[in-house]
Design a protein around this ligand. Structure first.
Ligand SMILES: [Zn+2]
Length: 170
């Protein structure tokens, strides 16, 4: 007989399962609400936000499952990751590939995580700090977005600095 998977965090782990149920409900209800024939534009927008929020939560769950941080058993994290990938709107993605690429991204030298986002948020002006904190509290990945933008423009920044160093040395 197969044993039920064990939550890695016995005290708080159930919150991850509640988040999964929320993502499932938000996605299903949001889509049903959007396509309901009596739905107005206002309720259509509310339904869209609900569905998007559910998918963002699902994307967080894909991340947790990729790190094997929800269940003790790797197979249970894999099934959660596959289900969450579907809920996040990416049924065409292979979770095993996502997991492999994500762990590689943490190992790479130019990884996003080498950016000290805590210092960035702490040293930011008050409004930026408040936006980051409120956004992250609402599961809107603002800090992650900053990290990706920084990564996207890092080559331009490095190139600019290299050119300046070369100009000064001539
Ligand atoms: Zn990660």
């Amino acid at each position: 007989m197969t044993r039920l998977p064990q939550l890695r965090d016995q005290k708080e782990g159930h919150k991850t399962l509640i988040a999964f149920m929320y993502a499932l409900l938000a996605d299903c209800l949001g889509i049903l609400w959007m396509i309901h024939p009596t739905s107005s534009i206002f309720y259509g927008l509310v339904a869209t936000v609900l569905a998007i929020h559910g998918r963002i939560i699902a994307a967080y769950l894909v991340h947790e499952a990729a790190h094997d941080s929800v269940f003790v058993e790797s197979w249970a994290n894999r099934y959660l990751g596959i289900a969450s990938t579907w809920l996040a709107g990416c049924p065409y993605c292979n979770f095993d590939h996502i997991r492999k690429m994500h762990i590689a991204h943490h190992k790479d030298r130019t990884d996003l995580v080498e950016f000290d986002y805590r210092s960035f948020v702490q040293s930011s002006p008050g409004i930026v700090k408040t936006l980051c904190c409120v956004g992250e509290y609402c599961f809107i990945p603002i800090v992650e977005t900053f990290m990706h933008l920084r990564q996207a423009f890092l080559l331009v920044y490095c190139y600019h600095n290299t050119i300046n160093i070369l100009i000064r040395s001539v």
